[in-house]
Write a protein that binds this ligand. Structure first.
Ligand SMILES: C[S@@+](CC[C@H](N)C(=O)[O-])C[C@H]1O[C@@H](n2cnc3c(N)ncnc32)[C@H](O)[C@@H]1O
Length: 324
């Protein structure tokens, strides 16, 4: 009872409610929130502190950036979701303004990333040298997915199409989706060269896959989630296109401190801790199957790549997760 009252008090202020509703939509930094709500940074920070103390939002520091996000489990998450439903943003000028600003901020960020990939598309293969040998990552992907059940596969954020090329001999059909036409041009060329007519690529966003519900056996995110402002939303969208029992495979960096990847290479997140990814699985309705850390050998400075595999719960079980 006391905690509920504390949460209601924290949310019972117009600026804090605006901040909370924004953080239900996306993981944001103080400066992004400050720009959106148009108030001073100290004021916004004070409000965020109160929301954190009430358990409605979480704060996490990563390198020189601090992110905030709405709690994704328990009573705090249910309350925030209920408030978001009741807020009726389309008919409320201030909230409508906030969601437009958020959409603009996200669009600006995607444009930055797109500009990066436009310039770097031909060099992307070289960028792989930052982490443990790609051959190790690729053999882990093929081993973990196996060859038995793979009828239809989505490569989310396919880039130059390497993962489709890798999986082509093992799958019935593959669809690569990416927001960068420049990356896709290379991917098309690559797939044509190997005669992979059962694989195709499409321009599209991983948050709104241009694909039908429940049609795929696996969705792969290979070195994609660290560019996104809301990785769990991308997993939720991937889940939409999976059959029951379909699997999601994520290959991404373990936490690191290479800040230049953010400033020079459009990364938003500096890797992910296993605990964070397991939290996403739980909150979206995925059953964790395995996790592997591919660490560099000896005293190499290269980054560790993590490979997570999870399975879609059937629709009835997903409903229970959402209700919890
Ligand atoms: C580092 S590349 C990895 C490409 C590929 N998965 C690979 O491993 O070779 C990241 C890719 O994610 C794409 N990307 C970033 N944000 C995206 C989004 N919201 N929707 C679709 N693709 C996205 C970029 O355009 C880029 O091609």
């Amino acid at each position: 009872m006391e905690h509920l009252i504390e949460m209601l008090r924290a949310a019972g202020d117009s600026t804090r409610l605006r901040l909370l509703l924004l953080l239900v939509e996306a993981e944001l930094t103080v400066s992004e929130l400050t720009q959106i709500v148009g108030q001073s940074q100290p004021r916004v920070s004070r409000h965020l502190k109160l929301l954190c103390e009430a358990g409605l939002i979480e704060r996490f520091k990563e390198g020189t950036w601090v992110f905030y996000r709405a709690a994704d489990r328990g009573g705090a998450a249910s309350l925030s979701r209920t408030l978001a439903t009741l807020a009726d943003a389309p008919n409320h000028d201030v909230l409508l303004g906030d969601s437009r600003q958020l959409a603009d901020a996200r669009a600006a960020r995607s444009q930055e990333a797109a500009a990066y990939f436009k310039i770097n598309a031909p060099n992307w293969e070289r960028a792989r040298s930052l982490h443990v040998p790609e051959a190790d990552v690729e053999s882990a992907i093929v081993r973990l997915l196996g060859t038995g059940k793979l009828d239809a596969v989505v490569d989310a954020g396919t880039g130059t199409g390497r993962i489709l090329e890798l999986l082509a001999p093992h799958i019935g059909r593959g669809v690569g989706v990416d927001v960068s036409p420049e990356m896709l041009a290379i991917a098309r060329d690559r797939l044509a060269k190997i005669g992979a007519t059962h694989c195709q690529v499409r321009l599209g966003d991983v948050f709104r896959l241009p694909l039908t519900n429940g049609a795929f056996d696996a969705v792969i995110f290979h070195q994609v989630l660290h560019y996104l402002d809301d990785p769990p939303a991308a997993l939720r969208e991937a889940l939409r296109v999976l059959k029951s029992g379909g699997r999601i495979l994520i290959a991404d960096f373990a936490p690191h401190d290479l800040e230049f990847l953010r400033t020079e290479h459009a990364h938003r997140r500096l890797g992910f801790a296993d605990r964070e990814v397991q939290g996403w699985f739980q909150s979206v309705g995925l059953k964790p199957l395995s996790v592997e850390a591919l660490a560099p050998s000896g005293d190499s400075q290269k980054l560790t790549v993590m490979v997570w595999l999870a399975e879609a719960l059937d629709v009835a079980q997903r409903g229970k997760v959402e209700a919890a």
